[in-house]
Design a protein around this ligand. Structure first.
Ligand SMILES: N[C@@H](CCSC[C@H](N)C(=O)O)C(=O)O
Length: 886
């Protein structure tokens, strides 16, 4: 193993004496202090031990072709444990890889095996679903023989890792990334994934296979990875005349473990191969520059002919933006599809200059079919599941003349019948790709176009604060629960390059040209997988100033939140969609309508933009409960919180959490160094409430500020009230979660707490005559019910608990009496499901028994959804089967 000190000529700070010199000396000192560029670093091999001089001054590192070393207590004793030629190589590799430690072993797979030995039985590893066949084979071995759980996930979408990462039953200790992947050249955001993994699983190690890029183009340790390995057989050596693997890391503990394994199993690189590899590395930059330049030409050539080409250097590559951030070039491997396996075989067979061979990185150009060669060890069924096309051709571009390479490829394409000549004039005949018979057939029947996304309906509940409003601002616990008045969003795909937001309840509709949206404003902080804790204000400002169409401030905020999430979650697909959003919740009545809206847009976008996998479809409402995992709900909640922040500035997070997760929660805000927290209250049966909207509008900000001012001016009055409210919330929490408490005791306890909390709120100055009127009416005989204001007070809504045995006729009478007094009532229950999802696609919609027992697929009645009055939406949703809920 080798550890690096700053390489000579790389970063020596100017000493003070030099800086005091003038003229030539200063200029020369400055020049000497400049770090060497990569190509120079490659070509200059420093001695790992600067005090050691070769006795003959050899220009090239000698091959210490010896198994043993004489004497005792010296640096080397046995070549398995260490060898001077290998040390030189390892030192050199560490230097060019931004690494403190480097190790050279006998192959790339040998390197991965050494790294995998950091795992223990019971550990889980996350790896990509597009990865080198040999890595897949070794992972399968670990799964079958070593008790290690392996999760193959789509690493191009970091959010898909979250459910496994945050699952307490999965002890994820390693995440293995390839980027670009082999053979589909897909991009994984090393920086985003490393940050996410380190946040959720600080003990997990991010390992990156950097073979495709080599340290010249990408140095993953600089982006947060913990361990990087390369098959040295490829670009590092460059000539396909040796097998080698290298491992780099910065962490001492990992370096120790790796060194121990290499010495124990004895797969350190031999002296002769170390010499050869060191020689190859010297020309790495030179070779790759040439290979990469030609790769761009070849990729463009194939793309222009009409083939689907995978190469991150092509403008339309879906991961290009991320790749350009991580790496300084697209590399020299590309793959393309012909849509016909036999045709691909003919092309490969017809190539002459392109040698049919596995591997890549050689100065000679190679052509291969991954499914028959490098990835043949992956079960064909698994290859199919992972969308690895059997017809895929991989090209590894060498240093030959680009014209010769393109000529040879063109000849092979023509001979195989993959292209035909359409115009022979000019120095190069004009060709076009011949569509396969299957493709032409498919085009006739295929209705789904590329870029189309799933259409679906989502819904999210509103919330009611049962206890602790206002006091929550001052660090007192609030208890809030979901209400079964919900917001609904229908997301439909279209194909005209436009996106629409339709809010029928506001009589609002806007359509934007997707291409004309300000995409340059979507900074990495605003992007998936997880939103930043604060929305990007300059992005919000641009949307507000240049893009939104509405006039009503509520509509404007909803538009901005929608566009912010749509653009942040679009990544490169930018799908054409229409979002129609309806709400059964009264707007601005303190029932969390904006949070329900935020959860609807967040979930609809996360699912239709494939950041989250759709839950399995279900045929009954009951089966759908808990079909959406809490991990997915947390991702939805995080983006909904961003939308809430855009709409409200600094919301507490209670509303969106209840709208995402459902049930009830106890929320305590962190105040003055005291820790806050948010706990789900589990195990209580939903409770019926009557919500009464007084229709008296009020300004929440003014009411909150009023309580704060009173607290400052009259601390002796306000502080004891806050203390009592804390006691009320504590008792409510115990009562709601005590499974031994009888239902009647539970309800009567809540009634008592409702009365107490209401009188405290009145003392805090947030009562209102209209609320007192509701309280008095509901408390009258024969009803005798208990009511409190909910939310900001000063008008808005009151909440009345309805005992289980309260008769329907009494309820009808009460509602009529309240309506006569000018109030609007909503019957609801508290503590139901969080957000729900109903797929409208052909495959995932519900299947019911039709005439004669035959099964038929029933699509949701979207026309009814659009046309129903707000009060009828719940009945419409009830009638639709196949909902999945949190
Ligand atoms: N028969 C070998 C195939 C090696 S493929 C080598 C290389 N990593 C590539 O992607 O071409 C095996 O089964 O491992």
């Amino acid at each position: 193993m080798a550890s690096t000190d700053p390489p000579s000529g790389t970063s020596t700070p100017l000493d003070s004496a030099a800086s005091s010199l003038g003229g030539n000396s200063l200029t020369s000192s400055l020049l000497r202090a400049k770090p060497y560029r990569f190509a120079t670093q490659c070509a200059t091999v420093d001695n790992p031990d600067p005090s050691h001089k070769d006795q003959h001054g050899s220009s090239s590192v000698p091959i210490y072709q010896t198994a043993t070393f004489k004497g005792m207590g010296g640096q080397y004793d046995y070549t398995r444990s260490g060898n001077p030629t290998r040390s030189h190589l390892e030192h050199h590799i560490a230097k060019i890889s931004s690494a403190r430690h480097a190790f050279a072993v006998t192959s790339g797979m040998g390197a991965l095996d050494v790294i995998f030995r950091l795992l223990k039985p019971g550990d889980s590893i996350i790896a990509g679903n597009d990865l080198y066949g040999g890595s897949n084979r070794l992972l399968t071995y670990l799964k079958v023989h070593n008790g290690i759980k392996v999760h193959h996930l789509d690493t191009t979408k970091p959010s898909t890792l979250l459910p496994v990462l945050t699952n307490p039953e999965q002890n994820v200790t390693m995440v293995l990334l390839e980027t670009p992947t082999n053979p589909l050249l897909q991009i994984a955001d090393i920086a985003a994934i490393s940050a996410m993994v380190h946040q959720h699983k600080p003990e997990a190690i991010i390992v990156v296979d950097n073979t495709m890029m080599s340290p010249y183009l990408q140095r993953p340790l600089e982006h947060g990875a913990d361990v990087v390995y390369d098959s040295g057989t490829k670009y590092l050596s460059g000539h396909h005349d040796l097998m080698a693997g290298v491992i780099c890391c910065n962490r001492e503990d990992l370096a120790k473990g790796i060194a121990f394994t290499i010495n124990s199993i004895g797969n350190g690189l031999s002296p002769f191969d170390s010499f050869l590899l060191l020689r190859g590395v010297k020309t790495l930059a030179l070779r790759l520059d040439k290979q990469q330049a030609t790769s761009h030409l070849v990729a463009k050539y194939l793309h222009d002919l009409g083939f689907k080409v995978n190469y991150p250097g092509l403008p339309g590559h879906p991961g290009k933006e991320i790749h350009d951030r991580l790496a300084s070039g697209a590399g020299a491997v590309l793959s393309f599809e012909t849509k016909d396996k036999a045709l691909s075989e003919r092309i490969v067979g017809a190539a002459r200059l392109w040698g049919i061979s596995v591997s890549f990185g050689c100065i000679n150009s190679l052509i291969s079919m991954p499914c028959l060669m490098s990835h043949a060890s992956i079960d064909p069924k698994v290859r199919k599941e992972r969308n690895l096309p059997e017809d895929l051709i991989r090209l590894c571009v060498g240093i030959e003349d680009p014209e010769d390479l393109i000529d040879d490829l063109e000849a092979a394409l023509l001979e195989a019948g993959a292209v035909r000549v359409v115009d022979e004039a000019g120095s190069r005949a004009k060709l076009e790709r011949v569509r396969t018979a299957e493709e032409t057939e498919e085009e006739d029947v295929e209705v789904k176009v590329e870029g189309e996304v799933e259409s679906l309906i989502v819904s999210a509940p509103g919330k009611v604060i049962l206890f602790g409003e206002h006091a929550v601002v001052h660090g007192i616990t609030a208890i809030a629960g979901s209400v079964d008045l919900r917001c609904y969003a229908l997301a439909e795909s279209r194909q005209d390059g436009k996106v629409s937001l339709v809010l029928p309840d506001f009589d609002f509709e806007a359509t934007w040209d997707i291409a004309s949206l300000p995409w340059d404003q979507v900074t990495s902080s605003a992007k998936a997988p997880r939103p930043e804790s604060t929305p990007d204000q300059s992005f919000v400002d641009v949307l507000a100033q240049k893009v939104v169409r509405g006039v009503d401030p509520k509509v404007v905020q909803s538009e901005i939140a929608f566009l912010y999430l749509y653009m942040s979650l679009s990544e490169h697909k930018r799908p054409s969609q229409t979002f129609t959003i309806r709400s059964a919740l009264p707007i601005g009545a303190g029932l969390g309508s904006s949070a329900a809206y935020s959860v609807c847009i967040s979930s609809a976008l996360l699912y239709t933009h494939s950041h989250l996998p759709l839950p399995p479809s279900t045929s009954s409402a009951h089966e759908g409960r808990r079909a959406i995992t809490p991990e997915q709900a947390n991702v939805v909640n995080a983006w909904a919180f961003t939308a809430e922040k855009i709409i409200h500035g600094t919301p507490s997070g209670v509303d969106n959490t209840v709208a995402s997760l459902g049930g009830a929660i106890a929320f305590t805000k962190a105040v003055k160094g005291r820790e806050g927290g948010l706990d789900g209250l589990h195990g209580f049966k939903s409770i019926r409430f009557l919500l009464t909207d007084t229709k008296v509008s009020r300004d929440t900000k003014t009411l909150v500020a009023g309580v704060a001012r009173r607290k400052l001016e009259e601390p002796d009055l306000v502080n004891p009230i806050l203390k009592s409210i804390q006691a009320i919330s504590d008792e409510a929490r115990r009562c709601l979660t005590d499974s031994d408490m009888s239902r009647s005791t539970q309800l009567s306890t809540l009634e008592k707490l409702i009365d107490e909390n209401h009188s405290h709120l009145v003392s805090l100055g947030v009562g209102h005559a209209s609320l007192e009127a509701v309280k008095a009416k509901t408390g009258e005989q024969p009803w005798g019910l208990h009511t409190k204001l909910t939310g900001a007070g000063g008008g808005g809504c009151a909440v009345t608990i309805i005992p289980d045995d309260f008769s329907e006729s009494s309820l009808t009478d009460l509602k009529a009496a309240l309506a006569d007094a000018g109030f609007e009532t909503y019957e609801t229950s508290v503590g139901g499901s969080g957000f729900g999802l109903l797929s409208t696609s052909r495959n995932a919609s519900s299947v019911v028994e039709g005439e004669g027992g035959a099964e038929k697929t029933v699509l949701p009645d979207v026309a009814r959804f659009r046309g129903a009055a707000a009060a009828e939406l719940a009945a419409w949703a009830e009638g639709e089967k196949g909902w999945a809920f949190v």
